[in-house]
Ligand binder design. Structure first.
Ligand SMILES: [Zn+2]
Length: 106
């Protein structure tokens, strides 16, 4: 006979707050608090979210803690950084990433 599961904690799925994560600010997000899937899956989801909204992103795993990810999202094709300098150009995607080197958060 199967046992009824009372404590759902290990199965609980945390839905990322995409409105916040995609708002253009730099975020530190942690697995188990801000999302429950693997970092790898989260990055795939982030990629898809950005693609759907014509956004570009940078993400970076925290040194020494592979459950923490730094994320910042940019609009595509912004040629000028908010500081007034030229935005960096991504040769691979042929898009400006919306930020200059000096203003990169990580
Ligand atoms: Zn700048």
């Amino acid at each position: 006979m199967p046992k009824r599961v009372y404590d759902q904690t290990p199965l609980h799925r945390i839905k990322p707050d995409w409105d916040l994560i995609l708002n253009g600010e730099a975020w530190e997000i942690e697995r188990g608090i801000d999302f429950s899937c693997t970092i790898r899956t989260f990055r795939v989801n982030l990629h898809n979210q950005c693609k759907r909204k014509d956004l570009s992103y940078k993400s970076h795993i925290k040194a020494g803690d592979e459950n923490v990810l730094y994320v910042q999202v940019f609009p595509l094709s912004i040629e000028q950084c908010t500081c007034g300098k030229d935005s960096l150009f991504n040769e691979k995607t042929k898009q400006y990433i919306g930020c200059c080197f000096d203003c990169m958060p990580f």
